[in-house]
Design a protein around this ligand. Sequence first.
Ligand SMILES: [Zn+2]
Length: 314
Amino acid sequence: MPVLRGAYERGEVRTEHVDAVLYRARPSRIDAIAEHDATLSQLAAAAEPRHLAVAVQGVVDHVDRDGADDPPPCVNEDLRGLSLRDGFGGMEELTGTTTALVGELLRRTWQVYDTPDPADIPEAQRRTPGQRFHDALQAALTVALDGAPATVGGVKVHAGVFVDLFTLLGADDLATIRPRFASGKGITPELARHLVATTTPTMRAIVGLGPWNPVSVGRVRTMPEWLKFASHLGHPHCRGPGCELPACLCDEDHIDPYCDGGLTATSNGAPMCHTHNVLKHDDNWTVTFDVETGEVTWTSADGRRVITLPPPDI
Ligand SMILES: [Zn+2]
């Protein structure tokens, strides 16, 4: 809307006027609203934002034949919410209230992915309806997360398990790392072994020495997804001081810069958010990583030092 923009830049209309237009400018309506750029701008210059809002609504009502803004799908929409917490005996407890649409998607999931128990299974061993619903949901989620789109916002959604080799071998006393999921949730050695033995589709084992020591791909510029995944298990967040941004939303930083010969390896990489990346490069902080302790040390040009510690339970 060039006319409105010009009026705004000249100070003839206020931000509230522009907001009155933007508030109603959904993709399906933008063309119709923009068509009235000149008229609406003239009105904005002469009238209060609420008057402009009424005019824009008039245009919108013309596009949306059904009337005003889309009504909420359900009066109780605000009640929706799910929660997941530790349950009894190593299980998880999922509770919540959901919308009619998600309810329908779940029912369809149950119908489409339900696999009836074979007739030769004794009645006492057959799954309950609830168990079959659960298994159908698991099958649907596996298909959804394995298929397209393989990533959401650039992040691949899949399950990962971090486990010491000694744990896999059944020698729990010798293991130095407690098994966990990629989300950081700790699991029992028994569950870790069970998952590795039974989780079929696509499993990739990444073997390292301790949580941070080298898994290297040598001289390539960007860390491949599978190696990032290994790195994130040791660094769940940005390694900048006090930063909690999840690793999957960060860039993988070469601690020793790639251009100075730094390897692309878990021992030379840590997730870093944009702000801390800029701090490191533009404000000349020196960052070092201790692969024995997992500590990352930030030293400023004038000698200030800040140490960020690894997760307490690694
Ligand atoms: Zn950060």
